[in-house]
Ligand binder design. Structure first.
Ligand SMILES: Nc1nc2c(ncn2[C@@H]2O[C@H](COP(=O)(O)OP(=O)(O)O)[C@@H](O)[C@H]2O)c(=O)[nH]1
Ligand SMILES: [Mg+2]
Length: 277
């Protein structure tokens, strides 16, 4: 059941002058990770929703909170470079593999294992690479991630690769180290070829905490899109509205499971319908 299902049935059943129940909805929206500010605004706007076309009006109210930026992967002529960033465990490495699998039908793909902080992270990407038969560029353990990224972009250009997806670390000694490193990787790449996208991976089950993470990453690197993972789990999905409203960064893909095919484009209308029905 969507977070607005009960709300919608109440609008349909109630005389329009009696909107006291809107306040009851507030707690539900907070529980669904929408945050105080957005919840309040939606309730205020929902006061104007009429019984007759309640479904469509509510849908419009919710869609108007979402970003209007494009949701397809931005590409560049020749090589398209995509950095994947986010905290540990959010699903970066898995998402890199899923993206590689998705875009391989559009052209050749290379992967870069620039999370050199943990040996296991490199192995994890290499395992995906073997399964997909896609080359993974890596360095030695604890090698400079920017140099791995540099090798990968040079190699991509030399081999006329179409897509380069770069996995990065989610944790270093401290937060500012990590943000500095991500900035450095991006600068090193951009000396060679433009970076088309910096995609931030957010675990939907982390709720409002995901929004805080998004703010920190967005300040450090120019995040151009979001991959919202683990929507197959217990997450109620309200965080997607909160992120788009709060940061105006479009969600481009959603992760719906641990398998290679469990990546889908984010469809705002389907999403909002899911919240209502
Ligand atoms: N259920 C579910 N699990 C996911 C999804 N994406 C990633 N995972 C799992 O989350 C865990 C962490 O993923 P990983 O890619 O290693 O995260 P990273 O630390 O950010 O690189 C792994 O067990 C993944 O299989 C998803 O969309 N749904
Ligand atoms: Mg990883």
């Amino acid at each position: 059941m969507g977070i607005f299902t009960k709300f919608l049935s109440k609008i349909k059943a109630t005389d329009t002058s009696n909107k006291a129940y809107l306040e009851e909805l507030y707690d539900e929206l907070i529980a669904a990770d929408l945050g105080a500010c957005l919840s309040r605004r939606i309730i205020d706007q929902a006061r104007n929703v009429k019984t007759e076309n309640a479904e469509q009006s509510l849908q419009d109210v919710l869609i108007s909170q979402l970003s209007t930026k494009p949701r397809e992967l931005l590409t560049n002529p020749g090589l398209t470079v995509v950095m994947i960033v986010g905290v540990n465990g959010s699903g970066k490495t898995t998402s890199v593999a899923k993206l590689a699998n998705k875009f391989r039908s559009d052209g050749t793909v290379l992967l870069a294992a620039a999370d050199t902080f943990r040996a296991a992270a490199v192995e994890q990407l290499q395992t995906w690479g073997q399964r997909l038969e896609i080359e993974v560029i890596s360095g030695k353990e604890n090698s400079d991630p920017a140099s791995v990224a540099f090798d990968a972009i040079e190699k991509s250009l030399a081999s006329h690769t179409k897509f380069l997806f770069i996995d990065t670390a989610g944790r270093l000694h401290n937060k500012s180290d990590l943000m500095n490193e991500l900035g450095k990787i991006k600068r090193v790449l951009e000396k060679v070829s433009p970076v088309a996208e910096v995609l931030l991976v957010i675990d939907a089950t982390t709720g409002q905490n995901g929004l805080q993470q998004a703010k920190i990453f967005a300040e450090a690197v120019n995040v151009t899109g979001i991959i919202l993972t683990k929507l197959d789990g217990s997450a109620r999905g309200g965080i997607a509205l909160a992120i788009e409203d709060g940061l105006d960064i479009p969600i481009k893909f959603i992760g719906t499971g641990e398998s290679i095919d469990d990546l889908a484009p984010f469809d705002p209308i389907e999403y909002v319908k899911g919240l209502i029905s």
